[in-house]
Design a protein around this ligand. Structure first.
Ligand SMILES: [Zn+2]
Length: 361
């Protein structure tokens, strides 16, 4: 993937370098204002532009609703999404289906899925994960990213902070289950995590340098997921908690918080599980150093308070009962070995759930 930055290389280089002539720009009601500049730049480079606008402010990516978009894409050679998670997921999916290349002009540094090879969509109201073609080009304008809703910006930091436990879960699976592991990918993911931590405290100020550091971390994380061929490096028990809540949220017709916010909260629970298990089970002695280096849940929640992330599940509308249910069941959302699977195998998960729920609700 090629990354174009507004600050250094102008988007004109992107427009001039683009081989395809007919560009379909895809946006929603929130991101439409950001289509104007890039549209002008593309026109100036001799491209033929058409615009597809979803009228929604809270766009739900239901596959049944994409018919018109597919029709519009017939007259295009290249698809340019202008948005973040949902628009990107739609364009990546469309790109895979039509075999036309796509790019993304990112409008919020909210998650690390920009470059991933799957899309989270809905089919008849149910969430489905479908193969997608990652964007060939990513357009990064810090001026746009820094002006995204603050909740979306700190959510991006949350998605990276979650790597604390996703990486440890991978090491756990390597040590206990002999799972395939890649030290180089882990080293680069640790870099992504440190970029997230480095940026976190200045995000609330919409500090340009911090936002740029954050998006660098998110893109790096996405690229490493692509390299791994799956989300193992970036998604462990903390993400299972987030995904379980997403599923429950759909049932309840509620959207608790952006993805990265739920991941950050999940990371508190996972970190507490590691700290507990390290003192309890000899099998974890090979990870002693890593678990000692993992920040304590209190340290993380103090950081969350400082940077404007929720530090309790109650703050995003998750009750103590639902949290307890989530802690008991989140390991079942997918087949991936994590600290939650380990505690389940030990018969300890159900026993720990009430106290953990009480602590983090
Ligand atoms: Zn994530």
């Amino acid at each position: 993937m090629e990354i174009f930055r507004k600050q250094k290389e102008n988007f004109r280089d992107f427009a001039r370098g683009l081989q395809e002539r007919r560009v379909l720009v895809v946006c929603d009601a929130n991101t439409e204002p950001f289509t104007e500049n890039i549209g002008r730049t593309l026109s100036a480079a001799g491209k033929e532009i058409s615009l597809f606008r979803f009228p929604d402010r809270h766009l739900v990516p239901e596959i049944g609703r994409l018919k018109e978009l597919f029709a519009a894409a017939e007259g295009a050679d290249y698809l340019l999404g202008v948005g973040s998670g949902v628009i990107n997921d739609i364009c990546k999916y469309l790109s895979a289906k039509t075999e036309k290349p796509c790019g993304i002009l990112a409008t919020a540094p909210s998650m690390d899925g920009y470059v991933s090879g799957v899309s989270a969509l809905y089919e008849n109201g149910r969430k489905v994960t479908l193969p997608a073609a990652p964007p060939r080009e990513a357009l990064i304008d810090v001026n746009i990213l820094a002006n995204a809703p603050l909740e979306m910006i700190v959510a991006g930091a949350g998605d990276l902070i979650g790597k604390h436990t996703s990486l440890l879960d991978w090491k756990l699976a390597r040590n206990l289950k002999g799972e395939k592991y890649d030290a180089e990918i882990v080293a680069r993911m640790e870099k992504a995590l440190s970029l997230g931590m480095e940026s976190a405290k200045k995000l609330v100020l919409r500090d340009f340098a911090a936002v740029e550091t954050l998006i660098d971390g998110l893109l790096l994380s996405g690229i490493e997921m692509q390299r791994a061929g799956n989300s193992r490096p970036a998604s462990g028990s903390e993400h299972h908690i987030s995904h379980y809540l997403e599923m429950k949220g759909e049932e309840m017709g509620k959207d608790f918080a952006p993805h990265g916010v739920k991941v950050a909260l999940g990371c508190l629970v996972s970190a507490a599980m590691y700290k507990y298990a390290a003192g309890e089970y000899a099998e974890l002695s090979s990870l002693q150093g890593e678990i000692a280096a993992l920040p304590a849940p209190e340290t993380l929640s103090a950081l969350y308070r400082e940077i404007g992330l929720p530090a309790k599940f109650g703050e995003i509308g998750v009750s103590r009962e639902l949290l307890e249910e989530t802690i008991r069941n989140a390991w079942t959302v997918r087949e991936r070995y994590t600290i939650m699977t380990f505690l389940h195998e030990k018969g300890a998960l159900g026993r720990l759930a009430p106290a953990l729920a009480e602590r983090f609700a």
